[in-house]
Ligand binder design. Structure first.
Ligand SMILES: Nc1nc2c(ncn2[C@@H]2O[C@H](COP(=O)(O)OP(=O)(O)OP(=O)(O)O)[C@@H](O)[C@H]2O)c(=O)[nH]1
Ligand SMILES: [Mg+2]
Length: 414
């Protein structure tokens, strides 16, 4: 009934449970074959912005995540993407934003990452390992890359280093000798990868974003070496600490305080300059300095706001996330209602097709088009919910599954 003009997909070719299947729910297949037990394992992928985290996950899962272009950070929040690594092993890869995001403050990134980790831990989801990506094209370990790695170490704690693979990306962009030299530098420098390497982390190469076997080899290493780990931040938040009291939160707080001290000194210098300019009746210079002062004051105020945003515990983070999920869920329900109404309209028109043949055909086409649009929207909202939900509301898994199957069944029946 639908032609290929409606899009690449035709009814029946929609991804059923495999791509969008919420984790830890029974897919149709397992219902049909209850003896087939699927193991779910969770692996977090971290690293600076632009290291290739989302590309790596896209390559493994075959799902579209959105890849960054240019200098702007792309991934804005934690998302989870599942795929069947083996017939009985489903791997959930957790995509994360980096701490040097161009559009978001580190505090918000930490709230998001810690929120996901803390809430999923509470929901008895355990990570089995972590992958930390770093671009081999980077000439040296810059401040942001070092800071990011430091935050990663604070999030994990040395007791988890054995379950980490440190992998360099983008090998196709450097001459192999130069890459190998940089890799050696990373390993032998204590502040870079040296400390983690000495404490059990493994070093690997991810050749290129087109080389799936290289990505799968990294996953294979993590999977073979898997052990359910509790990250330090998960333990800290689980013990009721506020984010600012955790190792990662303390580090961020210290950075904010250091930055503020710098700003205060600059402010005092500017004040002196302004007084001098006024004494010399240089009004223009004084106004320029006043503008710089107001920018600095804003930065100081932002720092104070960021510090306040670290004063939050897991319970409050969870409440925030649940509120977000509830909104998303309400949208999905609304979308589902619209689809149902269109389904009724479709059947009504079909029943009257004998009497008004041409009119019916036009209307039918219109309804079909609308339904396709609503379905696409439903699909993308469901995907968003599925990506976000594992750490939050696992109980919605069955509900989502049922609604999705419901919609697919209807489209297949047309
Ligand atoms: N040549 C090459 N380019 C890559 C590779 N991996 C990623 N890229 C490119 O690097 C850019 C950033 O990749 P992303 O996957 O968005 O990086 P990310 O770590 O998810 O970045 P954020 O979401 O901003 O944190 C994109 O333009 C990718 O196409 C790789 O292995 N080889
Ligand atoms: Mg990304």
């Amino acid at each position: 009934m639908y032609s290929q003009q409606n899009g690449d997909r035709i009814p029946g070719s929609y991804p059923r449970t495999q791509d969008l299947s919420p984790p830890q729910t029974r897919s149709r297949r397992t219902i049909l074959n209850p003896n087939r037990k699927i193991e779910d394992i969770y692996i977090a992928v971290m690293g600076v912005t632009g290291a290739g985290k989302s590309s790596f996950i896209e390559l493994c899962t075959g799902q579209k995540l959105g890849i960054g272009e240019g200098l702007r950070s792309h991934t804005q929040e934690v998302g989870e993407f599942a795929f069947m690594f083996k017939p009985n092993l489903r791997v959930h890869l957790v995509d994360t934003p980096g701490f040097d995001d161009t559009d978001r403050k580190d505090t918000d990134v930490l709230r998001d990452v810690a929120g996901w980790l803390g809430v999923s831990y509470k929901n008895r989801i355990r990570l089995s390992g972590m992958i930390y990506l770093h671009r081999i094209i980077d000439v040296r370990m810059q401040g942001t890359a070092k800071r990011n790695l430091f935050m990663f170490q604070k999030l994990c704690g040395p007791e988890c280093f054995g379950q980490i693979v440190l992998a360099t990306t983008m090998w196709s962009l450097v001459p192999p000798d130069l890459g190998a030299q940089r890799e050696r530098e990373l390993i032998k420098t204590e502040d870079f990868w040296g400390y983690m390497y000495q404490n059990g982390s493994q070093i690997m190469r991810h050749k290129d974003q087109t080389d799936r076997s290289s990505a799968l080899a990294i996953l294979d290493t993590v999977i073979r070496n898997r052990r359910e780990v509790t990250l330090r931040i998960q333990r800290e938040m689980g013990d009721g600490l506020e984010l600012e009291q955790t190792g990662a939160g303390r580090q961020l707080n210290a950075d904010i305080i250091e930055e503020r001290e710098k700003h205060r000194k600059e402010m005092a210098d500017l004040q002196r300059d302004k007084e001098e300019a006024l004494a010399m009746a240089n009004q223009e210079a004084a106004e320029q300095i006043a503008r710089l002062q107001s920018d600095l004051a804003k930065k100081i105020q932002d720092g104070e706001e960021s510090q306040k945003r670290l004063r939050i515990d897991l319970e409050k983070l969870q409440a925030e996330r649940e509120e977000e999920m509830a909104k998303l869920l309400a949208e999905i329900q609304e979308q589902h209602k619209k689809l149902k109404a269109q389904e009724e309209e479709y059947h009504r028109l079909k029943a009257s097709n004998q009497t008004h043949a041409t009119e019916w055909q036009d209307k039918m086409r219109q309804v079909e088009e609308n339904m396709q649009k609503e379905k696409a929207r439903f699909e993308s909202q469901l995907a968003a919910m599925t990506q976000k939900k594992s750490g939050v509301m696992t109980e919605f898994g069955e509900w989502l599954q049922q609604k999705w199957d419901d919609v697919c069944d209807f489209f297949e029946s047309l």
